[in-house]
Design a protein around this ligand. Sequence first.
Ligand SMILES: [Zn+2]
Length: 306
Amino acid sequence: MSVQTTLKRKINLKGIGLHAGAKVTCVIHPAPANHGIVFLRSDLTNQPRIRADISKVVRTDMSTTLGAGGAVVATVEHLLAALIGMGVDNALIEINGPEVPIMDGSSKEFADAIDDAGVRELAVSRKALQLRRKVAVRAGDKYIVAEPAKKLTIKGSISFGHKVIGEQVYRFSSGGDFQKELASARTFGFLREVEYLHKKGLALGGSLDNAVVLDEARVLNPDGLRYKNEFVRHKVLDALGDFALIGMGIQASIEVHKSGHELHTGFIRKVLEDPSNYQIVELGKAATATSDVEEDDLDSLLAAAY
Ligand SMILES: [Zn+2]
């Protein structure tokens, strides 16, 4: 699709935050072209807005947390993945707490709600960040390597010394069936980590209802896995959600190995720090503009951030 989109109607969701375990209500409103994806903390005085943008990332441990003016919104990645995966460019997400509800630990309920509401085209063309050369980031044995490509492909790979997980590789491309292939893949964790986090007062909302939990030998969830390689699919889902923080689609073939939120956001920063790494293209039009103009386009998009 070469034009921007939004929702046909607003969406209401209720759930609990993973880390604080508190109840939260989330209303996703349609928004005009060039608005982007913006969170609004309706429970705080002045109702601060926080743009889903790399410049607003304040934490990447456990989940991706955005912040602006002292207000934060945590665990944005599964909702962002659902919006991007379902093709929604513009939305205002009103939330009455510091954390997006974890729902079932995947993007399924968000994606199903977007599907029910419907997606509407807007009469303004979409922009995308087109990678012009190879960009790589590494941290120990973890890495992200991206090469120029005509569309977005994310190839995820993981390696765990656990017999249920082991080595897994999964590839998802834009145009693929997000709802069927990725949306239902849940976050996962190990029982020993969950116990440790609970002791530290973290992941208080975490349970078998919103994560795949493994002990030393097996999956503890009574219904088992949703996909045999649910683990790596979830890693690809997380990457897709974090890449939404570019503020537009990215056209590149990206390999993410043992990656997480820290590396995803580090990769975005590395791409953006050197304007010769990319050009901004208007979809449906030939990429003929000079790179100066394209940089200005990105600057103005970033400048429009709340
Ligand atoms: Zn996740």
